[in-house]
Design a protein around this ligand. Structure first.
Ligand SMILES: Nc1ncnc2c1ncn2[C@@H]1O[C@H](COP(=O)(O)OP(=O)(O)OP(=O)(O)O)[C@@H](O)[C@H]1O
Ligand SMILES: [Mg+2]
Length: 236
């Protein structure tokens, strides 16, 4: 185990079986990610991006291969253990925000802390701090329907971050946003990487991908090529 790599992915295969029909979604994917690195995963529809993210985030188990996070093999842990790993180490951001509409922004952000049984006052404090970080403390008591798409996505990012996860996984986080709000969200993700969070972002948008330190191209469940973003490397 190397401290340098927060995530090691080894020969990942995922075969879905439905009614006797097999789909090979991932077919031998291997890579390593450093702490504080921002990696973009791109590829055509159906190339296995979301499947890969689900394996990285311990939402699903691979058919073969392993995902090692902080030296721990998460791929073959049972459901309970994977739930604990998810809650402790990983923050998810989805295209559709997945906020709870009847709750205020701050209550949404507090949610993962409730699951961890953090006392109410502490929850409030941490959630407000996080909303401040995404520039939304003034809207803490608004409900998602009273916020713009970009603001809702920033609330979702605050919620993903409130537990201080070492890894942020984002699946098309700018997919539903106009280009300006999308750019704000991407800069937010970039800043998180600068602060030492590892960010893995799935995107169709090459402008978003080019903001990452590295781009992994998936095709037919395999890595087709990888590109290092030299501009980002020079700036770092
Ligand atoms: N639960 C499932 N059962 C069966 N097949 C699935 C399942 N989920 C995904 N697949 C198949 O696995 C392959 C990869 O799907 P995946 O969702 O990972 O693609 P993607 O790269 O995220 O595509 P998109 O860009 O459209 O989101 C596709 O052929 C898809 O049809
Ligand atoms: Mg997908």
């Amino acid at each position: 185990m190397s401290d340098d790599y927060v995530m090691v992915v080894e020969n990942l295969r995922k075969v879905y079986r439905n009614n006797g029909i097999e789909t090979i979604a991932l077919n031998g994917v291997s890579f390593k990610v450093r702490r504080g690195e921002m990696v973009a995963i791109v590829g055509p529809s159906g190339s296995g991006k979301s499947t890969l993210l689900n394996m990285l985030g311990a939402l699903d188990r691979p058919t073969e291969g392993r995902v090692i996070i902080d030296g721990v093999d998460i791929s073959h842990a049972d459901d309970d253990k994977r739930a604990i790993i998810r809650n402790k180490l990983i923050g998810f951001v989805f295209q559709s925000y997945n906020l709870i509409n009847r709750l205020t922004a701050i209550k949404n952000v507090e949610m993962p802390l409730s699951i961890q049984n953090v006392p109410e006052q502490e929850r409030r404090r941490l959630a407000l701090e996080m909303l401040k970080e995404v520039g939304l403390d003034s809207k803490a008591f608004k409900k998602p329907t009273q916020l713009s798409g970009g603001e809702q996505q920033r609330v979702a990012i605050a919620r993903a971050l409130v537990t201080k996860p070492s890894i942020i996984l984002a699946d098309e986080p700018t997919g539903n946003l106009d280009s300006k709000s999308g750019a704000v969200v991407v800069q937010l993700l970039k800043n998180l990487a600068r602060k030492g969070h590892t960010v893995i972002v799935v995107t169709h948008n090459m402008e978003v991908a080019r903001e990452a330190d590295r781009i992994i191209y998936l095709r037919d469940g395999k890595i087709e090529k990888e590109e290092i973003n030299t501009v980002t490397v020079q700036q770092a």
